[in-house]
Design a protein around this ligand. Sequence first.
Ligand SMILES: [Mg+2]
Length: 202
Amino acid sequence: MQITPSEIAFDFDGVIADTFRLFVSLAKSRYNVEINYEDITDYEFLNVIDMDREHAFELIDILTNYPHELDLMPNRGAVDVLTRMASMSPLLCVTARPFAKPIEQWFEKHLPRLLPECIQVAATGISSKKLDILSGTRVRYFIDDRLDTCVMLADAGITPILYTQPWNQRPHSFHEVGSWEEIASLIDWNSSSADTRTCLKP
Ligand SMILES: [Mg+2]
């Protein structure tokens, strides 16, 4: 697999950002609830964590609206790889979150070299709508941590790449990556894209 940067797009939570680790840490600091990250074995994580629902929804609300103001960290290596890719092609992030603006602000904070107009954030509100965004684009590969989304994309002819997380450990037939180092190894860094403008600030 050798992927041209313009042919790949990314999910946000659990792939670019270490969102659930922040959830775990906020649960501890705000509500003194201990959650072991490795125990989040269901994407519908409220099914597997022992926490007051109202408190969990408060945290989800904070993570949804203020990711750029929290210590929501990128996954290790994500900034370097995305910045390098942006030297070759604009980037596309497709999230099931309801709002794009907080994520755009997060990118401005964490990928400061990237020109804001070179990162498109599409917020679909629901995972099943990701396909609507990706259809009709140049994107042929998509990295996601939700197994059901991978199945949906594969059925539609887009090659999913599963980002390993505790909640996607069911058997599957997709290519799987556990780090941004592995993602970098899939990219054709010598490809000359038709789009040669750089997306990095001088
Ligand atoms: Mg995700």
